[in-house]
Design a protein around this ligand. Structure first.
Ligand code: ASP
Length: 306
């Protein structure tokens, strides 16, 4: 048993910058290290897994390198529509939001739902209204703007293609997530995203859907996914990992490897996930070229891209 422990991701996909000598790589790894340090720091001070994953995701939302909160991708209409979810494995309570515009930290609204309402998921205009009534921080469009995401959108604008991210410097990366187990052995997961570049018609991906992109259950594990959301929804990926552990008796590694490298691969779905079980085991498989990721417990700590 090696608890508490935390793992985070900053998206999965193809890398087109030279990952060995890039200044950008350093920036990404620093950002991941910051989030890990904060999240793990909370766990060691006795905060719960759900508080710690919420904090780690908030930090990543505030960093414009990632496709979540500040730095979210552009929709086909040139807007930022953000999705987020959080789940507590000790109570199976969850909160999720979809299609939020202008809200600085979507994961905080999701967490508020978990804490203070019987609801699990709210979406669109009324979800924005909820965030306003609850006094969550709003920002103008310029806060969310980054040249990189704008360029990615310009490349796709006008055609019907929707991309995980883009194909210039920085590559297909960006959705953020965290999973943790606290000192009491409770697990939690949180995920936040701007979705896919050029998305249309109020498209919602897997990230805010409990069981698809986010799931936590003390009986099994906590999971946050990243990748082409439609495949993760159809594969019910996060819950599938949990089911393989609960009903087929698989270990965390066996279950996560089977879902990412066999099931998802067969469907031709691209992506990866991070997962932790109540004993502190961590698994971070992906079937893409890379996945921004990192983990920290009392004895180990690392961040990695490829
Ligand atoms: N899974 C996210 C979505 O489909 C995208 C990502 O992970 O980059 O909305």
């Amino acid at each position: 048993m090696n608890i508490p422990a935390i793992a985070i991701h900053g998206g999965s996909g193809t890398i087109t910058f030279n990952p060995e000598d890039s200044e950008l790589k350093k920036q990404y790894l620093n950002a991941l290290n910051n989030a890990l340090a904060e999240g793990f720091g909370m766990l060691t001070k006795g905060y719960s897994a759900r508080e710690s994953v919420c904090k780690a995701v908030t930090i990543l939302e505030d960093c414009d390198l990632f496709n979540a909160g500040k730095g979210s991708v552009f929709t086909a209409k040139g807007r930022h529509e953000m999705d987020a979810a959080i789940m507590d494995g000790s109570t199976l309570k969850a909160g999720a939001v979809a299609g939020l515009r202008g809200v600085k930290n979507p994961v905080l609204v999701a967490y508020d739902l978990l804490l203070h309402t019987p609801l699990v998921m709210i979406a669109g205009e009324q979800a924005i209204e909820y965030a306003r009534q609850k006094d969550f921080k709003f920002e103008s469009d310029s806060y969310f703007y980054t040249q990189l995401r704008h360029d990615q959108w310009q490349q796709l604008k006008g055609n019907s293609e929707m991309k995980l991210d883009h194909s210039g410097e920085g590559a297909k990366f960006g959705t953020v997530g965290a999973v943790a187990v606290d000192a009491d052995g409770n697990v939690a997961a949180a995920t936040s995203t701007g979705g896919m570049t050029n998305k249309t018609w109020g498209r919602v991906g897997d990230s805010p859907l409990i069981g698809a992109g986010t799931y936590a259950n003390n009986k099994t594990c906590a999971i946050s996914c990243t990748g082409h959301g439609e495949y993760f929804i159809r594969g019910v990926v996060a819950y599938d990992v949990s089911c393989l552990m609960e009903y087929a008796g698989m270990s965390l590694k066996q279950a996560t490897d089977m879902v990412i490298h066999q099931k998802l691969q067969k469907m031709e779905g691209e992506g990866g996930l991070i997962a932790v079980d109540p004993l502190g085991n961590i698994s971070m498989p992906f079937n893409t070229e890379g996945m921004y990721r990192g983990m920290k417990n009392k004895t180990d700590s690392f961040t990695q891209i490829l």
